[in-house]
Design a protein around this ligand. Structure first.
Ligand code: ZN
Length: 543
């Protein structure tokens, strides 16, 4: 078979010959034939233990410069077990561990016969491609890499850089994999985290090597006619304790695809409803004051929310418009009661108290709470769509504390109630407020974890506040109702990424993954992906 490169050379020669014949006065000059003959090349920089999130905050000027022409992500992922053996195997084979079989750094159980290093596919399609693998961690070359014209093991990151730079300057590699260790070493000694100066300094030092490699590429005599894809990726992330486990931090890696023609694109982790606001500290609450919430004037209303907790104590409010120092005080509160909850309302001298006769909330699962109030009749309590209590409201004359219109989540309107004791840790979501008493069937239907409010909701015109609590960042609980009355969060704002939705199901996150690199590199050489290879990755861009 004629090699791809030989074909390009023949085409280029033909094009040059034709140009000579065709060029004449008034005839536009054809495109530079060199562009058509541009040679596809790939550098993969493998940084052991390079967790994605810290790169966002590290001093990495060379990587930042590459980002100006790159598709990249601080939120890229690998899969557990988060050891180097499985990680590098996934990168170099393009399949997950259930196929390549590597579960630890011994590489025992590997199935590289069925799922080989992707260099095998490159070499099969074009034997003339020069492939090089330079590793500071020798087991990669020993166990995973085959079909490399050169397998080089070095004993330091500086030596890996020097070896790669020398081959880029003096040789003609079409594919070069250079793998580095020191970021991982810093992580093991001090922690894989943005808060760890030694880890951040290791990223900066590694960035210097990236700069040297990029300089070596751009200094190549044939650089103008070469089309380099520079990939940066890691085998796993880590946390303050190390890596090897299943946490998000350990699966989180940095990934980048750079080419001089690329338009900068950051691929962010989708903000899904798996990120929930978490109230866990004294002085932390969400609050607004707005005339839309004039409970003194409202005859009917309904409050709904979802809550998740592993334990409750005393009687702090979930949501209130009153000073909970006394149950007689004007206004209403839905608050903790034992491992459950209750409702109280007062008019200054009389009070209504009703507890939910319902299963405990402390199972760390999401529960739906609803209270519908009809001042001319009953207050009704529901948990997970089931009626769990009711009381007569007709004796109360007013619910409006001092004629102001406050609404507060995880506190009472004194904002100091929680200082009396350690607040329980609670996630809250889907806080919905309606200026009508919702009927039991509607409450039950929309209590289900996989439902959401749409304009088809029978009471949609009564929706006067909907704080999903899933924004994932910031100091506001944004109002998704037509009223757009955001709640301001006070105190330390905690957004918890649970990775699970309100039904407890894992949320699929579409971010770059370590197995995407193999199909991207293979496709870079215009080699078609064979479905029989059973690659697990996807292409994030076409070129
Ligand atoms: Zn490690």
């Amino acid at each position: 078979m004629i090699s791809r490169r030989y074909l390009y050379l023949m085409l280029a020669a033909l094009a040059l010959a034709c140009n000579d014949l065709a060029l004449g006065p008034g005839i536009p000059k054809p495109e530079d034939p060199g562009a058509k003959a541009s040679r596809k090349k790939v550098l993969v920089i493998g940084i052991d233990g390079c967790r994605g999130e810290p790169v966002k905050y590290a001093a990495v000027p060379n990587i930042r410069k590459l980002m100006q022409n790159a598709v990249y992500s601080y939120d890229a992922l690998t899969q557990p077990p988060t050891w180097s053996g499985p990680g590098w195997s996934s990168l170099l084979t393009g399949v997950w561990g259930n196929k390549h079989g590597v579960t630890d750094n011994s590489f025992s159980g590997s199935n590289f016969a069925a799922y080989p290093v992707f260099l095998q596919y490159l070499k099969a399609a074009d034997p003339s491609l020069q492939t090089v693998s330079i590793c500071a961690w020798a087991p990669i070359n020993q166990h995973v890499v085959s079909h490399a014209d050169a397998r080089v093991n070095v004993t330091s990151d500086a030596a890996a850089k020097d070896s790669a730079v020398a081959r880029l300057k003096n040789g003609d590699p079409d594919f070069l994999f250079a793998q580095f260790n020191d970021v991982d070493a810093a992580g093991h000694s001090f922690g894989f985290d943005t808060s760890v100066p030694q880890y951040m300094q290791a990223l900066t030092k590694m960035d210097g090597y990236v700069g040297d490699l990029v300089n070596a590429i751009q200094s190549r005599p044939e650089y103008a006619s070469e089309d380099w894809l520079i990939v940066i990726a890691a085998d796993h992330g880590g946390n303050l304790a190390g890596h090897g486990g299943n946490s998000y931090e350990e699966q989180n890696i940095f990934m980048m695809y750079h080419n001089k023609r690329f338009v900068s694109r950051e691929v962010k982790k989708p903000v899904t409803n798996s990120t929930f606001v978490k109230f866990m500290q004294r002085g932390q609450y969400a609050f607004t004051e707005n005339t839309a919430y004039d409970f003194g004037a409202m005859v009917k209303w309904t409050v709904e929310y979802r809550v998740r907790t592993s334990g409750l104590s005393s009687d702090p409010p979930f949501i209130a418009n009153k000073d909970w120092n006394s149950g007689n005080n004007r206004g209403w509160v839905i608050c903790v009661s034992g491992q459950g909850w209750k409702f109280n309302a007062g008019d200054g001298s009389r009070r209504v108290d009703i507890g939910a006769s319902a299963p405990a909330l402390n199972d760390n699962k999401w529960h739906h709470i609803a209270v519908s109030v009809d001042r001319t009749g009953l207050v009704r309590l529901y948990q997970d769509g089931v009626a769990v209590g009711s009381a007569n409201m007709t004796a109360l004359t007013t619910l409006d504390p001092a004629n102001v219109t406050k609404l507060i989540v995880a506190e009472d309107i004194s904002k100091t109630y929680g200082s009396r004791y350690a607040n329980p840790v609670i996630n809250m979501a889907d806080i919905r407020l309606w200026n009508d008493a919702l009927d039991p069937l509607t409450i039950a239907e929309y209590a289900k974890c996989d439902t959401t409010v749409t304009p088809d909701h029978p009471y949609y015109s009564n929706l006067i506040g909907w704080w999903k609590g899933t924004d994932g960042k910031g100091t506001l609980l944004k109002d998704a109702s037509p009223k757009k009355i955001d709640l301001q969060i006070a105190g330390n704002v905690n957004w918890e990424e649970t990775g699970k939705d309100l039904c407890g199901a894992m949320v699929a996150t579409d971010v770059p993954k370590i197995v995407d690199i193999a199909p991207r590199v293979i496709s870079w050489y215009n080699i078609p992906i064979n479905t029989a290879w059973k690659l697990d990755g996807k292409l994030w861009f076409d070129y």
